[in-house]
Design a protein around this ligand. Sequence first.
Ligand code: ZN
Length: 259
Amino acid sequence: MTSHGRHFADLSGPAVSDRLTADSIILQPLGAIEQHGPHLPLATDSIVATAVAEAAVAEVGEELDLWLLPTLQFTKSNEHAWSPGTVWLSATTLLAVIDDIARCVATTPAKRLVFFNGHGGNSALLNVASREARLSHGLMTFLTHPGMPADQGGVSPANELGMGVHGGTDETSLMLHLAPHLVDLGLAERRVPEKLAQNKQVRFGGRISFGWLSNDFFPDGYIGDPTAADAELGKRLFEGAVHNLCDGLREVAVFDFGR
Ligand SMILES: [Zn+2]
């Protein structure tokens, strides 16, 4: 899956100018190194984002002239700052890092930069950073996710009452598919904030959002039901994410603000 020959960092300096054109698309995956409960590794978001991006580039890399940047693994995970093992950048640092990356991409012939974000905690900031990069560096910028987080309008399985935002059924299933040796389901328990799920407005994905830290709900910091995870579901979610990304990138390739 890594032999698609479209890793940006494998190019030589001169080859960047020779091979990239204004139609090239640069894909920047973002992960996280953050606690995901006792049953999943710190790198969960990085593993998922990288795997989906790699598979999409293998599928449509030639067709769309895609170039894959190395996954940015340290991002904004301060909702997990309480947990040793979480290695995170502040919002101002990540904003500056994204600005630096965009500045460098803008020195290549490519004009389209896609952020592929595996960590929901980055989403609000990446929307801001996308516009900043558009203004400061003249790039066309885009933001998408392997799966839309449940706290931002995405869906979560019914067994989680829409509350599967971190280390729950879907994420654990994806990891059972991608890296089962790093998953310990024996340590997983159901962690669904049932009372919160009864709220109409102040809830994940509700009309009123709220600032939260991952240990606000349960002291062990995961939110969802990993006990319902299975590798078959993970495979379907993975293939769906790859399909959605390929489809989305085809549209990104021809996007022109409707002019
Ligand atoms: Zn995660």
